[in-house]
Design a protein around this ligand. Structure first.
Ligand code: TMP
Length: 217
């Protein structure tokens, strides 16, 4: 099997990052070579961009500036980590990729789709993951989870947490359009239930893709 580039997408509060970590452990326990990474970030330069991108001190950043930041991080990530890792035979599980830019900067911030497409062409040559797990839940549920008292008490909040519900409604709507436009690549995970229910769907996907080859007697 050639190595796979698998991305995890969804609204903040959708549970994708928790399940990505669990998926990585599941693969490691079975001896499958896997690299866990995230966007924006994934390289020293990308993580520096991430800190700037999420820092609440900037307040609202212009949507085009946001898009240029995330695509700058993405190009470095592809060149420095993602492509070399895949070429070395290791699967890459990445928390967010270009679909996030289409949803957050495209629909959330209202940037025209062809601007995102031009940046995507420049930065990634329209690189797409092999598979994308999209963790779906109503924007209201994600919003409530994201604003949980315990999360705010931990100080685990960033610049995009200041967005209102209408922003997250637009982001989810765009994700669903992306899924509809590329059903072959996307696998929709219903993450509106409890954690175990969500995990069973992720595990079913992993079992299907990484099933050990059958041994013929
Ligand atoms: P995370 O909390 O899932 O790591 O993502 C950080 C935030 O960055 C999240 O609110 C979504 C946002 N984001 C974008 O707006 N555009 C992008 O292209 C990416 C990768 C993330």
């Amino acid at each position: 099997m050639s190595s796979l580039f698998i991305t995890f997408e969804g609204l903040d509060g959708s549970g994708k990052s928790t399940h990505l970590r669990r998926a990585v452990s599941w693969l490691e326990e079975r001896g499958v070579p896997v690299c866990q990474t995230h966007e924006p970030g994934g390289t020293p330069l990308g993580d520096a961009i991430r800190r700037v991108f999420l820092d609440s001190q900037w307040g609202q950043i212009d949507g085009r500036v946001e898009a240029m930041l995330v695509f700058a991080s993405r190009r470095q990530h592809l060149l420095e980590l993602i492509e070399p890792t895949l070429a070395a035979g290791t699967h890459v599980l990445c928390d967010r990729f270009t679909d996030s830019s289409c949803a957050y900067q495209g629909s959330g911030r209202g940037l025209p789709a062809d601007w995102i497409d031009q940046l995507d062409l420049l930065a990634t040559e329209r690189r797409r993951p092999d598979v994308t797990l999209y963790f779906d839940l109503p924007a209201t549920s994600a919003y409530e989870r994201g604003r949980s008292a315990s999360r705010w008490a931990r100080g685990d909040v960033d610049r995009l947490d200041d967005e209102n519900l209408a922003f997250y409604e637009r982001v989810r709507h765009r994700y669903l359009e992306l899924v509809a436009a590329d059903p072959e690549r996307f696998r929709v995970i219903d993450s509106d239930g409890d954690k175990e229910n969500t995990w069973h769907q992720v595990e079913a996907f992993l079992e299907q893709i990484f099933r050990p080859p059958e041994v013929t007697p």
